[in-house]
Ligand binder design. Sequence first.
Ligand code: GLC
Length: 650
Amino acid sequence: MNRRPVRAVAYCAGLVCLTAALAWARAAEPVPTLDPRHWPRLAPVPAPDAALEARISALLERMTPEQKVGQLVQADIGSITPEELRRYPLGSILNGGNSSPHDDKLAAPSEWLALADRFYAASLEASGELRLPALWGTDAVHGHNNIPGATVFPHNIGLGAAHDPELIRRIGEITALEVRVTGLDWAFSPTVAVARDACWGRTYESYSEDPALVRAYARAMVEGLQGRPGTPQYLDAAHVLATPKHFLGDGGTGGKDQGDNLSSEAQLLALDSVGYQAALAAGAQTVMASYSSWQGQKMHGNYTLLTEVLKGRFGFQGLVLGDWNGHAQLPGCSAVSCPAAYNAGLDVLMAPDGWRELLANTQAEVTRGEIDPARLEDAVRRVLRVKLRAHLDSEGAPSRRPFAGRYRLLGAAAHRAVARRAVRESLVLLKNRNRLLPLKPHQSVLVAGDGADSIAKQSGGWTIDWQGTEPNQDFPHAETIYAGIARCVAAAGGRVQLSPSGEFAVRPDVAIVVFGENPYAEFAGDVATLEYSPADKHDLALLRRLHALDIPVVAVFLSGRPLWVNAELNAADSFIAAWLPGPEGGALADVLFRKPDNTVHYDLRGRLPFAWPASPRPPDAATGEVPLFPLGYGLSYGDDGWVRPLPETP
Ligand code: GLC
């Protein structure tokens, strides 16, 4: 008798009992409570300004109820026209990951600037004598990444590997400048999540699992984007509003996007909140709320954390923005009606498509007293405070601002040089048997793998479009990893052949196999296991085929997170975690190869921002899962890069 059915029944019965026991145990545990007094008191940055507050009070006096509520609703440019903005006085607009002028993701920068002018003029007219135009927010999360030709940097996980806050500040400055060139004034970044489970599809948007690194980077990126508070550069024409996100605890949901963070209050404070404390100390003026929950309560409706902690204890004086229809997930709410979100402490709801109804419904809810009048006043005051601090009342139309239309700044050589430095510093060497790397460029090199010549694959999500699937030709001056290798080898008189499948006519001296995850964003990237490509092992077969021919193999792994790749590590002589280097990924070659004179061009300095898993389960002290390579691990060329043969079954 096949024992399998008996065993299966026993297994399932055990599972049912275990699940029931866990549910009972959780039900028996009291839900941890939050006490705002446990949270540090922070001084508001910048300090309150009486003259500014007086100006705001005067504006509030003159605003109609519709103008007030309009400030609290944000629409997506794919769902509102300048003509409608003239009629409906919304306080801000955004372009979501898939929105662009005329719905053309390849629209020229001049189209963005022209549209910014039209929205500005319309909103200025709608604001009447207030003369307060709308803000325009964009997901500039690794450069001004919606604009073909703009400088795009490695995603945050790679920047975390660089351990270089000054680099982060410079990246913020460049990003802000290029956003300004196209007439926009607000960046929905940085993500300051402390990701704890790489199954999460947004792990690559997190700098690190190490809160100390996230703290240092949050400050650097906010100061880079906004300028330093108290200096003339703060929110000047070369800088934009920053948005630490997603408040609070999006990285601690057990690897499920928009999931439930079950951390204790102490963990929430010690891990999830440190990026915000640093960002606020750096003068961040907007914060985006998280889709995720804490202990079963959606963050968009969490009064204690949004109001008593963020605005009370942390002294935040700017505006809290909801995420894309995030308010609709609250009990009793929809995309077009949600008093609960405003009452909890959200100041602006991101209502990409339902903005018109939300405006009308919110006005009615204010009239009916469902939204506390004092809450309404506070929310409008916060929006006006941010706008005046950002000089929206005086800087004129987008195209008349100092850097508007200076299109040569987009992807400028000096900016791309910083991106290439970031690529180099992000690389983490995990294995280097017999010190194969760095390679001599004067030899025959086979470049294989489906990531070798793909800007999309080396860039990941949030690049031109939301999920990041654009063809190479949409990136005017990018360099694929293959192109970078060809550049280095050709300069030394070597020979290079590109063959994604790994076939070759002339036996190479060495093979570089570039492979990894296909692009994704947000929940589209959630996985159930950390095993790399569990259903398709063609990359492993390619590595093994070349290895079996005694061809030295260098594996370059493109991923938005650390994954279980024991078999791939065994099949390679050298293995580099390259993360998502972006359109300047060709800079990787300058690290891989020696100079033509055989000296080392750049050494590797990247160190793991997340522990690397030894099994398909995330490393976790609580479960006893120990990492294969610990947080902070990374080899340089002088190190002994030998790695013992690794188990290839979980
Ligand atoms: C998305 C993301 C958020 C982004 C927003 C606007 O759902 O959660 O990070 O800023 O929508 O695109």
